[in-house]
Design a protein around this ligand. Structure first.
Ligand code: CA
Length: 224
């Protein structure tokens, strides 16, 4: 696991590098925002520990620019433990926030939690063939054409798309999308899927949602 530490105070930087190295991480240290950003974009890190107050570009700006390129988890370190700062960091896409001074064990616990969560910071977009699902704005398009879905249809599509090419049973779909069991009325799933297909498959040459007899449904690209 490779971690980038962006910290201008020599003592803190050395302390973090030593502690993390002893905990079996590979650590790079940058002492300016510009160097940190450069490394963060060029090198593939599992986590970035980012100080807010840096001599040149501050941590907020580094994160903002980083997020235009990459989704690497970021843990903010800051002496200014204001709620507004936390909110600002999280809004910019930070994954955690730790106020200085902190105990090393506390930092290590946060680092491990973030790494466990890992790249599983969920995707913001799913693309399958000409289908595009924007998970942040809840927008769906096929071949650039906007498809209007109800929240339930969106969640159904998201579930099928996330498990692309995997045949999902009606029970799995029901329990995931409706968060309850429809053993008695699995017809609900069929009705919802057929509405969804009408909206997103009927007008297109390539069909994406397919029924699997006796089992359920699968979303994948198949030649017509
Ligand atoms: Ca600093």
């Amino acid at each position: 696991m490779r971690i980038l530490v962006v910290e201008d105070e020599p003592k803190t930087g050395a302390y973090l590098r030593k502690g993390l190295t002893e905990s079996a991480f590979v650590v790079d240290l940058a002492v300016t925002g510009a160097d940190g950003l450069h490394l963060a974009v060029e090198v593939s890190y599992d986590l970035i520990i980012l100080d807010v107050m840096l001599p040149d570009t501050n941590g907020w700006e580094v994160l903002k620019q980083l997020r235009e390129h990459k989704d690497t988890p970021v843990l903010f370190l800051s002496a200014c433990d204001e709620v507004a700062d936390r909110v600002r960091g999280l809004e910019l896409g930070a994954d955690g926030y730790l106020a200085k001074p902190f105990a090393f064990v506390e930092l290590l616990a946060r680092v491990r939690t973030l790494l466990r969560r890992g790249p599983a910071r969920e995707a913001v977009r799913i693309e399958i063939d000409d289908l595009e699902i924007d998970l942040i704005r809840h927008r769906v398009t096929r071949a650039g054409r906007c498809i209007k879905l109800t929240p339930r249809e969106f969640s159904l599509l998201h579930f099928l798309a996330r498990r692309q090419s995997e045949v999902l049973s009606r029970t799995q779909i029901a329990s995931h999308v409706w968060e309850m069991n429809f053993e008695s009325d699995r017809n609900v799933v069929d009705v919802a899927v057929s509405r969804l297909r009408a909206k997103m498959d009927d007008d297109f040459h390539t069909k994406l949602i397919h029924g699997v007899r006796g089992v359920g449904y699968v979303l994948e690209r198949r030649e017509p």
